[in-house]
Design a protein around this ligand. Sequence first.
Ligand SMILES: [Zn+2]
Ligand SMILES: [Zn+2]
Length: 111
Amino acid sequence: MVKQKNCYRTDVYRKQHREYNRRRRARLGSSATSEYDKRRRMANPEQCHARSALRHAINAGDIEKPKQCSKCKRKEAVQGHHPDYSKPFDVVWLCPLCHTEEHIKLKSAVA
Ligand SMILES: [Zn+2]
Ligand SMILES: [Zn+2]
């Protein structure tokens, strides 16, 4: 019974929310929606997935996180860098400095 009640509530909330969004869109015009969509796509769900998959693998002991940067060999808190987010376990371990550098390089390669 409790479950049903919750379900009903969520449903009502969703309906209200949808109505709110519809009105908002009508007021702001379609440009506001596309701008929002663009920003959402840029958040990159693949990147998010790759990160959480990696974290799970480390916690489960499937992947061992090294204690030093694979590039400069500095013993810092290494971070997993994904050259390809579609391969969550294909990671390069880099210290924060090298990781930032790598992303700057990637960005300039795209631009
Ligand atoms: Zn490094
Ligand atoms: Zn990275």
